[in-house]
Design a protein around this ligand. Sequence first.
Ligand code: COA
Length: 297
Amino acid sequence: MESPFKANILKGKVALITGGGSGIGFEISTQFGKHGASVAIMGRRKQVVDSAVANLQSLGISAAGFEGDVRKQEDAKRVLESAFKHFGKIDILVNGAAGNFLVSPEDLSPNGFRTVLDIDAVGTFTMCHEALPYLKKGGLGQSLSGGGIILNISATLHYTAAWYQINVAAAKAAVDAIGRNLALEWGTDYDIRVNGIAPGPISGTPGMSKLVPEEINSKAKDFMPLYKLGEKWDIAMAALYLASDAGKYINGTTLIVDGGLWLSRPRHLPKDEVKQVSRAVEKKSRNAPAGVPSSKL
Ligand code: COA
């Protein structure tokens, strides 16, 4: 789909995207590049990073790849330094790297729990921490007129509860908290905007194939708002909005991009029954003598 945004809204910006070599991260890399940004991709797998960079370059996008694991502080430091050396500044950090697997709490070892927390939550904090010298107003490569932008890719799992994803729900709750706290503290002290995006199920992503192994049951149509999977494009457009000047007054929010899915719940009564039942209950209670509950009539 064509972007509704002008092609120059990120012109001159440099974005570092962790997990930018595949899935949602790669689509954000592509759309940021198509809208004028230079793109640095950080990822654990060299061949994934290399082929993503080659793809971006074939679209005429200025791109570079850096191998690294967000769980390692030295990798975070090195990749940021290398991206800075390559592009001369870093304006936008997108924390897209994440880990996930389905498991029931009783089958999850504390190390399995910790591993996802380490990637999603500690990894996000580590990247933000190491990126501060580059992102802050007047920082390395930055002007004195404004600071950079951080975008965290989160989820909606922790708004209620999610089956078999206790580690991810805990990790994403931490990611949201990190985002809000940084929005407060770094927004105030360094003019950095920090926001998040909480995607719903997005087709063609590693997350989708790992977490929803079978196609969503057609019964779900009855209670899922919009009943459709999102596209990576939907998340990239939200990222463009938040990272561009269109979002210049947005700080500390997590934009849910899930078609309203997180609000879904089973319909307890068919719609045509509601009219009848509801009217009947009204009628009963209107005819009831004062003080007698309709259930007693
Ligand atoms: N069920 C239960 N436990 C699991 C598991 C599963 N499916 N997969 C991993 N674990 C546990 C391991 O048993 C281990 O715990 P233990 O030492 O107590 O046995 C712990 O998690 C770490 O596993 P390991 O394979 O050593 O971690 P890793 O660092 O190589 O990989 C993962 C990290 C497990 C998160 C891996 O899935 C990954 O790299 N994911 C990145 C890609 C991804 O998930 N993308 C989707 C984003 S939505």
